[in-house]
Design a protein around this ligand. Structure first.
Ligand code: GAP
Length: 453
């Protein structure tokens, strides 16, 4: 993938994420656990910011959406009704020589056995993680960790309808962990066995589904742009008939140009009335909507935009990663959208001694009331700028000896590296305006623009 004339590789992203405390291998002191990852001090912030941006745009900013948070372990009959017990599987082959296991449909593209061994015939391998409820491990106590959050929404359809009095069209959104015993994992956090999803089930009148399907394709593409992902790195790909999941009438993937090539970031499916009908049939409950105008009960159709939190974090990191020449060096900078950056601003005192450090602490305590704010007094100012650039902090505020005289600080912009001196009493307001993209200007007595970055 070309970005600012530099080749971005997954190794570079993994290395930065590790080095700066975004993402660590899980259980690292025991040698790590294949395809499991831990989000570090910055990772947890970026992940939260992604989820909050989604929740804000998809739930809070809309009248036709509500949220849910359902349990990971559900009644086993849910997965019989949904088709996951019988159909949620991938074809798997074993190499008879090296005994490694591969996904038959990924063999040519992802990893061919290099020992040259003979392969077994493909067998279907169910991807759900099985566990047992209670102390007895028998057939009657089998339960599954959910492989998608979607079913928690479908089984609560009547509860939400009865408690919120929503009318069609309306949607239910959920963010939560899902688990799949994937045969082949890899590409960092792109495909793992434990991951988080952000899913919407949007219920519409049958016949209006295709219009709403188109609406959601556009809406979701726009959301990815709104968190800073470049339009040219996103595209839609329609599923072929033979690719469609057992429940889908139609499906598109939103693909992102990851370092390993165009790959799925989100799936948007028209699930028709498959799920509500299945659950009504298996549970014996009425899962219809009463249409007051037509005076009839209908089973709504469902449009499902289903996104991965971890894949979105990976896309955000890849998209923001830049290497730029700076004097005789290469500067690595994460040009994160301000809403997604873990810290919005960093306070950097030029001295660790009083009275400079006192002013720095005061500035820090004022700023952190409004934005997540870093404080860094270790090493040279050049190195501290580099560190904040790699972390993706949009603004650095430097407190120096002149601050003691003129009550002003230097603000440095991450992307342009331009610096501007401004009085402390307009600092918070100016940074807030810059972060929200407002055209806000505070003019000093001389008429110069403080926000002339
Ligand atoms: N309810 C529909 C559903 O789960 P999916 O296409 O299987 O559809 C939706 O998954 C999204 O969840 C994917 O687009 C991806 O972002 C994320 N996802 C799925 N499997 C994943 C895995 N093994 N690791 C990380 N993310 C995954």
């Amino acid at each position: 993938m070309e970005n600012n004339n530099n080749k971005i590789t997954m190794e570079k992203i993994v290395s930065l994420a590790r080095r700066r405390g975004y993402i660590f291998p899980s259980s690292e002191i025991y040698g790590g656990l294949s395809s499991c990852w831990d989000y570090g001090p910055l990772g947890v912030e970026i992940k939260r910011n992604v989820k909050n941006a989604w929740w804000q745009a998809m739930i809070h900013n809309r009248d036709d959406m509500v949220g849910l948070d359902t349990s990971i372990i559900m009644h086993p009959k849910v997965w019989e009704a949904s088709g996951h017990v019988s159909g949620f599987s991938d074809p798997m082959v074993d190499c008879m020589d090296c005994k490694q296991r591969f996904r038959a449909d990924h063999l040519t593209t992802e990893n061919c056995p290099n020992c040259g061994g003979k392969l077994t015939q493909p067998r279907q391998f169910n991807l759900m993680f099985k566990t047992f409820i209670g102390p007895v491990e028998d057939q009657a106590s089998i339960a599954y960790l959910r492989p998608e959050t979607a079913q928690g929404i479908f089984v609560n359809f009547a509860n939400v309808l009865n408690t919120t009095r929503k009318k069609l069209p309306f949607g239910i959104g959920q963010i939560g962990k899902s688990f799949r015993n994937e045969i082949t994992t890899g590409n960092f956090i792109f495909r793992s066995r434990e991951f988080e999803q952000m899913e919407i089930e949007f219920f519409v009148k049958p016949g209006e589904d295709e219009t709403w399907f188109k609406y959601w394709l556009e809406e979701r593409l726009n959301w990815f742009s709104s968190i800073g992902i470049k339009k040219e790195n996103l595209k839609l790909r329609q599923h072929r008939k033979d690719e469609l999941a057992h429940y889908a009438k139609d499906c598109y993937d939103i693909e992102y140009l990851f370092p390993m090539g165009w790959s799925e970031l989100e799936g948007i499916a028209n699930r028709a009335d498959f799920d509500l009908k299945q659950h009504a049939h298996h549970s014996g409950n009425d899962l219809t909507f009463f249409d007051e105008q037509a005076k009839e009960h209908i089973v709504p159709f469902v449009i499902e935009p289903s996104s991965g939190v971890d894949r979105t974090v990976l896309a955000v990191l890849c998209d923001a990663y830049c290497e730029e020449p700076d004097k005789d060096e290469i500067r690595t900078v994460l040009k994160l959208h301000p809403s997604i950056a873990p810290y919005k601003v960093a306070v950097l005192p030029l001295s660790r001694k009083e009275p400079v450090v006192n002013v720095a602490h005061e500035v820090h305590s004022v700023l952190r009331k409004s934005f997540p704010t870093a404080y860094d007094d270790a090493q040279s100012i050049g190195r501290r700028y580099r560190r904040q650039d790699e972390i993706g902090t949009p603004y650095c505020v430097t407190i120096d000896f002149d601050t003691l005289e003129d009550n002003s600080v230097t603000v440095r912009d991450r992307d342009s590296m331009r610096q501007l001196r401004m009085p402390i009493d307009v600092l918070c307001q100016s940074i807030a305006a810059k972060l929200s993209g407002e055209l806000f200007e505070v003019l000093p007595p001389g008429g110069k623009h403080w926000l002339g970055f």
